[in-house]
Design a protein around this ligand. Structure first.
Ligand code: PRX
Length: 680
């Protein structure tokens, strides 16, 4: 049953409605009104030196920043693209998010994480003091295994505390973590390990997602095997977290055989027994890399986005404080996975830099029941709740009753991230979850931006449902037309940024050319986000979606090319083209056109095999929803697939626009007549 609370009129007019910040928040907010936002914004642009030095003064510096803070070139016609911030200053991110809180701010006993397991009976509480000790022990283990500053460490872990220990341990010794979402396949893991030549891999025996047991160690073993076969890369150390102990019944035990190679594998808990709780941090240059995180690229090969120490720390700390209006007794919960950028910036680094208390959740929204999120909010009295539109749409489907049982009065601020939110979902979130009391911060940003770049501030910005509103401090967006001319006032075009902010990515690991070509080539002088946007008469920015061949499925970016290459690896497939199609819950879903080789017959079996193939090559998030047998594809005379036409076919939209460049216009009719109505 859909919600009854959103009136039809409200949904229809949502884009014209404005929701002012609630006065209850404004009293002690960091940014209590819109004029204060404007003043601070102006300062951040006109005097960035003073603005960021103020922020830096909160943190510990082995060598404090001095001189000019920013040095950069955004214009390819003038030379190499680069961004430097506070270069020459020395610090350590782990020291700042842990030791500083424990020693200087006396927060040793404060809860850093309420860890909530997949099963509601499974939980633990981790204080800042405990977190510091575990991280130091882990860091000592890595050092003892020979991992040193600059080495890359792959982390393939579920949402368990050891994931945070592992990433901060890397940060402590200056190793560069490369976290791979634990829903990715062995092939995806292998590709990422190879690309950055990881010295070690950290994984777990397995994890439950709902009732499903996933044998992570087996996937990790397969990935390491592939690394050897494909590129003779031998991962020297694989550290394994014993997570399933006590969580398995006999049936599971029989299924879960953990293969063991004593030359490579070691159990974390055994290493931890011996490890010292003291570990001197590695003092890092502000511009040393902190981590690599892979994101999909339109060529199909993932891009290793590199973030550096000081800019990332300062920016995630500041955005967390202002965008969630963080106060000491808040309980914050982001439902993201640390395998994505949201988890890096707004589960680990941003909250910890502020000494915040967070919920970390291992499970899924619908297990063991559809009220799981609301149950957790009630249990921990969550004040700030940050999730994805896809989760909102999923839970909205189950109606309001699943919510009414729970006390959600602790909530003060709601947030969304990852994809545009439709007004119906926005209003449901606002009315039903927030009970009309809680502003929704619709945060637009990317793996590449490191932190929020367009976002409301909860006590300052009047909201319009579906708009990411205005830039955060230090960020200067612009709207360009196809010719690269900057558009003023009401306009629609390419979303670009005119100057760097501290946490913008610095390069793509091992491929600076690709960095320059992907983000800076189209419009010299601007960082091109890859999204379209519209600025309305009041200056609000609305993201209109990707302008490249990327799909956004449940808030996860995938490239059409990577799905296509997974499909064409099937022996029966000659060619494939993939487009997005709107989906009620996922936002977008994957619609595939496949041309089979001569003599091959399109059967249900092939459909299932193709779905399996994509799942195995990339991971379950990329599973196609529709697979259409295509006798041909709409191509231009030069052989380029006209994806625009395929998108219209997938959506059953007959308005095709200009198709005069099509080599064979008849194919369009044929494809329309053979459309998939029902999901595969
Ligand atoms: O298309 C935009 C969409 O997600 C893309 C970035 O994806 P990723 O790097 O995986 O990071 C997701 C989490 C930050 C963007 O280019 N996107 C992200 N946030 C929003 C959004 N689209 C609309 N509104 C948002 N709030």
């Amino acid at each position: 049953m859909p919600s009854q609370v959103n009136s039809a009129c409200e949904v229809a007019c949502a884009e014209d409605l404005t929701y002012p910040p609630p006065p209850s928040l404004q009293g002690d907010a960091h940014v209590p009104d819109f004029n204060t936002y404007k003043d601070l914004y102006r300062k951040s642009i006109q005097n960035p030196q003073e603005f960021w030095m103020d922020v830096a003064s909160e943190f510990y510096w082995k060598t404090p920043p001095s001189g000019k803070l920013f040095d950069y070139n955004f214009d390819l016609t003038k030379g190499k693209i680069f961004v430097e911030f506070m270069k020459g200053a020395k610090t350590n991110v782990c020291y700042n998010v842990l030791d500083r809180n424990v020693m200087e701010k006396n927060l040793g006993d404060k809860t850093a994480f309420f860890w909530e397991g997949n099963a509601p009976t499974d939980s633990s509480v981790i204080s800042y003091g405990h977190l510091l000790k575990e991280v130091c022990k882990f860091a000592n283990i890595l050092r003892k295994l020979g991992v040193k500053k600059g080495d890359r460490v792959a982390i393939y872990l579920p949402m368990i505390p050891e994931l945070v220990y592992a990433m901060l341990a890397c940060a402590r010794i200056g190793a560069i973590h490369s976290i791979v979402f634990a829903g990715f396949s062995s092939e995806s893991l292998c590709e990422r390990i190879l690309d950055s030549q990881c010295a070690a891999l950290i994984t777990a025996d397995g994890v439950f997602r709902g009732e499903k047991l996933i044998n992570l160690k087996q996937i990790a073993d397969e990935a390491m095997e592939r690394c050897k076969e494909k590129a003779q890369l031998v991962v020297k150390n694989c550290i394994v977290v014993k997570h399933l102990n006590g969580r398995l019944n006999n049936q599971h035990k029989a299924k879960l055989q953990t293969a063991w190679n004593p030359d490579v594998d070691s159990w974390l808990d055994e290493l931890m027994v011996e490890a010292s709780e003291e570990c001197e941090p590695e003092w890092m240059d502000a511009e040393d890399p902190l981590f690599i995180l892979y994101t999909s690229g339109s060529t199909g090969k993932p891009k290793g986005v590199v973030h550096t120490v000081a800019g990332y720390l300062l920016y995630t700390a500041l955005t967390f404080k202002y965008v969630f209006d963080y106060h000491d007794d808040d309980v914050y919960w982001s439902t993201a996975d640390i395998g994505w950028i949201t988890g890096h910036s707004y589960i680990t680094y941003g909250p910890l830099a502020n000494g915040a208390t967070s919920v970390m959740f291992e499970g899924i929204p619908t297990y063991p029941h559809v009220g799981r999120f609301w149950e957790i909010i009630e249990k921990y009295k969550v004040t700030t709740f940050y999730t994805a539109p896809t989760a909102i749409r999923l839970l909205m489907k189950y109606g309001d009753q699943a919510i009414q049982k729970y006390d959600l009065n602790s909530l003060k601020i709601l947030g969304t991230v990852g994809e545009p939110i439709n007004s119906e979902a926005w209003l449901w979130y606002y009315n039903v979850i927030g009970n009309r009391r809680c502003p929704i911060v619709d945060t637009f940003w990317q793996t590449e931006t490191g932190g929020h770049v367009l976002t409301p501030l909860p006590a300052a910005t009047p909201l319009k449902p579906g708009s990411a509103t205005f830039p955060f401090f230090g960020v200067v967006p612009a709207v360009l037309n196809e010719q690269g001319v900057e558009l003023e006032g009401e306009a629609e075009g390419y979303l670009v940024f005119k100057q760097p902010w501290p946490s913008i990515m610095r390069t793509l690991y091992g491929n600076h050319d690709r960095y320059e070509n992907t983000y800076f080539n189209k419009f010299p002088g601007f960082y091109v986000a890859g999204d379209g946007c519209r600025r309305d008469k009041d200056g609000y920015i609305w993201i209109t979606g990707r302008i490249d061949d990327m799909l956004n499925v449940s808030g996860h970016l995938l490239s059409t090319a990577e799905v296509e290459s997974a499909l064409t690896e099937h022996p029966a497939v000659a060619e494939a083209a993939v487009v997005s199609r709107p989906h009620q819950v996922k936002g977008e879903c994957i619609y595939c056109f496949v041309i089979l080789k001569d003599g091959k017959k399109f059967t249900e079996l092939i459909t299932q095999e193709l779905k399996k193939q994509v799942r195995e090559k990339i991971g379950p998030i990329a599973t196609p929803d529709f697979i259409q047998n295509a006798p041909g594809l709409p191509k231009t005379r030069s052989g380029k697939i006209m994806r625009r036409v395929l998108r219209q076919i997938a959506r059953n939209e007959k308005d095709l626009g200009d198709v005069s460049t099509l080599a064979d216009p008849n194919i369009v009719e044929v494809l329309f007549s053979q459309r998939c109505e029902a999901a595969a």
